[in-house]
Design a binder for this molecule. Sequence first.
Ligand code: PHE
Length: 336
Amino acid sequence: MIDEIQRARDAALAVIGSSDDASLDRLSGELLGKKSALAAVKAGLGRLDPDARRTAGQALNEVMAEIAAAIDDRRAQAAAAALAARIAAEQLDLTEARPLQPRGHLHLVTQAWERLEDVFIGLGFTVAEGPEVETDWFNFEALNMGEGHPARGEFDTLFVGRDPSEQAGASGTLLRTHTSPVQIRAMLAQEPPIHIVAPGRVFRRDTPDATHMPVFHQIEGLVVDRGITMADLAGTIEAFTRAFFGEGFTSRLRPSYFPFTEPSAEFDIRRPDGSWLELGGCGMVHPDVLRAGGLDPEEWGGFAFGFGIDRMAVMRHAVADIRDMYVNDIRFIEQF
Ligand code: PHE
């Protein structure tokens, strides 16, 4: 009987050793269950005399425990192997992921544009936009520069109409010479309080040189609310200066003239080394401009500012010739 138990044990261990995870549950029934060889041996124990029955019974228990342990081991082994196989199958070789083409990046003017938006959004502004092809009314008339206003001469305008009659009057079309027409569009589009910045492309009939391009970029700011004063304007310019340029930079306003603001100012940035940089124009929104925007100047007041984006990029990266930014020579562009 002991021999029989040993044979059943050897046979069982051999089967277990070569079985896979899926068949282990079935095997445990076959090797230890009621219909197993060992169960048959157990049934025969009763026929033995007490001494032999005890020895054989003990051997039988040990073998059954051994087989159960072998099944557990095999199951753990199979699980570990399955996990290892899954890990191997899901492994990513990151050194293999080589881009087929070099990665590009945003143009340096776009970088400046987006940083400006970020800073103004941080100060509580939302971003607005207007069309690049504008009417004379939005670009000039509504901004207190009616036909014949001498300030029009400062904007070398590119007209879109084909013959001069299409250019005349408030409905004439042109390429906007500044982002200020977005002030009017914002006032007509929404009720105050208004806090917008409007970055965008602007156009002037200029011959390109190291500091001028006929196409360039500006960002406009407009705040309209009750009780707005020049202190709000100065404080906003100062907060922007610190947020955009960093601690150690401050700003100042210098009296100036724009038809669409009264009073008007230029604003300068003081660098940590004490030097000054002229940045842009600003002022309190002129009552005529508020009226053109459908607002009662007795009730509402506001300030506006505007400055060039290209110049920010030029300064930041010490670009010697502004034209370099637009000839799209990759050897230049990829440096920034
Ligand atoms: N639009 C003016 C320019 O192009 C700048 C400006 C904007 C001035 C807003 C005052 C207020 O020069």
